[in-house]
Design a protein around this ligand. Structure first.
Ligand code: IYR
Length: 242
């Protein structure tokens, strides 16, 4: 009797690694926890994540590369459209490159904040957060990680290969990245200098990649402060059996 193709073992390593993978299905049986333990874990994680804050004032203390690598491994566990994993995490701790990024980001942001690119309602929405065009933290932080979305893939023979749900996939990976950094005791900011095309040039990325978001990563400056925000309550963000 022949097995369903999905259930047969791959024959060669090249089949496993090929660009048309035929994944064998394997058992998946994560441990079944008691409901009490499930709730305990959920509450513990909520409490931890509820203390996460975006930071705009960083210390220059160094952060080991291994921590950034670990956060990328965690981010890269994200589900993705057709399992294409359409993301690249471009990591920078070279002071000269950080300086170039700061100069270019501030140039764009200045246009946005003061050159009329951001409409008044947007500026008004941001006013309570105290943001402006100046981004000194881009030079101060030990690491900048720029996440690029792979708009399409490129095969080993140079052909274009379609990706699916790219923005959703990369967004989920970024959410996990932020969670990982916070869990490890690091601070970050979801920064989207707009437009972000300059990042492709400075970081020498190929044309199938588009900058998605920039994360300055480090420790908060000792005098760092954050706006005293409240998060929406459960009943403001959930609807049950409408
Ligand atoms: N990209 C700008 C503006 C900005 C936009 C939003 I929406 C924010 O929540 C915060 C900032 C900047 O990074 O300053």
């Amino acid at each position: 009797m022949s097995l369903h193709p999905k259930n047969r073992a791959p024959e060669t390593m090249s089949e496993i690694n090929s660009e048309k993978p035929d994944y064998p299905f394997v058992p998946y049986c994560p441990e079944r926890l008691s409901e009490e333990e499930m709730l305990r874990r959920g509450k513990e994680l909520f409490s931890e994540l509820d203390h996460r804050r975006s930071v705009r004032s960083f210390s220059g203390d160094p952060v080991p590369r291994e921590l950034i690598e670990q956060a990328i491994c965690i981010a890269s566990t994200a589900p993705s459209g057709a399992h294409r994993q359409p993301w690249q995490f471009v990591c920078v701790n070279d002071p000269e490159t950080k300086k170039q990024i700061r100069i270019a980001a501030e140039q764009e942001e200045r246009q946005s904040y003061e050159g009329g690119r951001m409409p008044p309602d947007w500026l008004e929405a941001l006013a309570p957060l105290g943001t402006d065009w100046q981004k000194p933290y881009l030079e101060i932080v030990p690491w900048i990680v720029v996440v690029f979305e792979e708009v399409y893939g490129v095969t080993k023979t140079g052909e274009k290969r379609k990706n699916y749900y790219v923005r959703e996939s990369v967004g989920i990976a970024c959410g996990l990245f932020i969670t990982a950094l916070h869990r490890m005791g690091l601070a970050t900011l979801t920064h989207t200098p707009s437009p972000m095309g300059f990042l492709s040039e400075i970081l020498k990325r190929p044309s199938n990649e588009r900058p998605y978001i920039l994360f300055p990563i480090g420790y908060p400056a000792p005098d760092s402060s954050v706006p005293d925000l409240n998060r929406k309550k459960l009943d403001e963000v959930s609807i049950w059996n409408p």
